[in-house]
Design a protein around this ligand. Structure first.
Ligand code: AMP
Length: 112
């Protein structure tokens, strides 16, 4: 299986990593949509949100919590930010490995 985010997690491909532990890695998006654009994801391969099981609830909670901590570190906690999981083709997902976008540092437009 050829997955760019698995390769980054295994350090086979370089990225600007801002956090990692055994479960989660976070790195800067290669094509940022705002001054802060970080991807937070599980190291284990899960293709998309609809593939999650109930057992993954804690993992997703940890990913959202990590995004909260990173937002604080980036100084955008009070000004506000956006967290986005794209899911599937119509949801705009391009990389088939679950990732949470943390986007902020400027006034963002409305969605939709
Ligand atoms: P999505 O449309 O939700 O699947 O978003 C995929 C995101 O991954 C996009 O914002 C890309 O810019 C980003 N991306 C793709 N390849 C890399 C990479 N090698 N390093 C960092 N970000 C990447």
């Amino acid at each position: 299986m050829d997955c760019i985010f698995c390769s980054i997690s295994k350090k086979e491909v370089s990225a600007d990593v801002v956090f990692e532990n055994d479960e989660i890695i976070a790195f800067k998006d290669i094509a940022p949509q705002a001054p802060v654009h970080i991807l937070v994801l599980p190291k284990k391969h899960i293709a998309k949100i609809s593939d999650l099981s109930d057992d993954d609830a804690m993992l997703i909670g940890n990913i959202v919590n990590r995004a909260r901590i990173l937002a604080k570190k980036q100084g955008i906690s009070d000004s506000g930010f956006r967290l986005v999981f794209n899911c599937g083709d119509e949801g705009g997902q391009v990389v088939d490995h679950i990732h949470l976008h943390l986007i902020g540092g400027k006034k963002l437009g409305e969605i939709g």
